[in-house]
Write a protein that binds this ligand. Structure first.
Ligand code: SF4
Length: 388
């Protein structure tokens, strides 16, 4: 097929890059949320050779390359396909995204379900592009705060359940095969009952069918991966979900000339990477190593000049405001609020080159102040931190 970018205004992929303020954005879905050491190194090379060198980790555990041009996109795609970072079949991207609970292991329930669902992917209904599936079958669900329309989770009784987004309870199933069967059936019910019009499960008003009763509770939620040592290796954070390819490569090949023992990387929806089989990691500027790092309390979308919807730069302000107490802060280039779904103590929202201030709310909540300059925002935050 001819290589020309199919530019779409929402839900980009690799085969459907999105035009943004700094060029095309190319989104890569790591298969099963994991990349081999060689694939990570290849991704770094791709970012530097064909894009701006920036790599982003999204809240749905995808990786994004920025700054790709119409000219560099065709060789980039050939490179990504060669390294099995992208399927050579553009239609493969149309299947719903599978998000796996991080730290899964070969042969555990999360991994087995994902493999089975991959094998039966063609049996899923064709659904709107943003619909996603969470496979969260560890001892306790950890993806409850991450966007997904259908979930396979551990139940409070220790079995498995299938749960539709928007419902606190799900349907108990007897085993892995039954869970996959139930999920496939649910996707067809979603489409047949008007899912294309509602777009997402949580906005879908049709009552669940009799064969999918919402009567079984998920197990109490588990903790997301803490930074630092982990039984599988080492967990590091990416400031505001972004890292330079050069920085990421340094985690594999430190400046000392030695190599670290990282065998693979699992992505997470929490702006964190699990570096598998990593026993020691030299200090690398640009990776967050400690749970006390103040940047972990901040959420900031790419902002200007990276997103065309933004009229303000977000991440430099986020760096400036990091460490001002316990306040959770969300800085958003516009009211869409891509970086954070939940309310924050303070949400700073760009509008016409200035900032509106929301307290205890989200980017689309009613602001308590409007039209602040960056220095006025800094003054506001100083007062807010001192008085809260
Ligand atoms: S919140 Fe607005 S400015 Fe920020 S990335 Fe999303 S659309 Fe762009």
């Amino acid at each position: 097929m001819p290589l020309s970018p199919r530019i779409k205004g929402w839900c980009p992929g690799a085969w459907r890059p999105m035009a943004t303020g700094d060029g095309l954005l190319v989104r890569v879905r790591p298969p099963l949320g994991q990349l081999s050491r060689q694939q990570v190194v290849a991704l770094c090379e791709a970012a530097e050779t064909f894009g701006s060198g920036l790599i982003e980790l999204t809240s749905r555990a995808n990786l994004q390359l920025r700054g790709v041009t119409n000219e560099s996109w065709p060789p980039l795609m050939a490179f990504l396909v060669e390294h099995q970072l992208v399927s050579d079949d553009p239609d493969a991207e149309r299947q719903p995204q599978l998000m796996l609970a991080p730290a899964w292991q070969n042969g555990d329930d999360t991994h087995t379900i994902a493999r089975l669902l991959q094998a039966r992917g063609s049996e899923l209904a064709t659904m709107p592009g943003k619909v996603g599936i969470a496979i969260d079958a560890g001892e306790a669900p950890v993806l409850g705060d991450s966007a997904a329309d259908f979930r396979i989770e551990r139940s409070v009784e220790g079995g498995l359940l299938v749960r539709a987004d928007g419902y606190a309870l799900g349907t108990a199933v007897r085993d892995i095969e039954a869970a996959v069967e139930q999920l496939i059936r649910l996707t067809h019910w979603f489409v047949d009952s008007g899912g294309w019009a509602s777009g997402r499960m949580r906005r879908h008003a049709a009552p669940l069918p009799d064969w999918a009763p919402a009567d079984t509770a998920p197990a109490p939620p588990g903790e997301k991966l803490a930074l630092g040592e982990h039984r599988e290796g080492m967990v590091v954070g990416l400031p505001f979900g972004r890292v330079a390819a050069e920085t990421l490569r340094e985690a594999f090949f430190p400046a000392s000339g030695s190599q670290t023992s990282i065998s693979a990387v699992q992505v997470t929806p929490w702006r964190r990477l699990l570096l598998q089989d990593c026993d020691t990691l030299p200090a690398v500027d640009g990776l967050i190593r400690h749970n006390s790092d103040p940047r972990l309390a901040m959420d900031a979308c790419p902002g200007a000049p990276f997103c065309e919807q933004a009229s303000v730069a977000t991440q430099p302000l986020a760096e400036k405001l990091s460490g001002w107490g316990e306040t959770s802060v969300h800085i958003s280039g516009c009211t869409k609020g891509c970086a954070r779904r939940d309310p924050a103590d303070v949400c700073l929202v760009g509008q016409a080159g200035r900032f509106n201030v929301v307290v205890n709310g989200s980017a689309d909540s009613t602001p308590v102040k409007t039209g602040l300059s960056e220095s006025e925002v800094v003054d506001f935050m100083r007062n807010f931190s001192e008085n809260s």
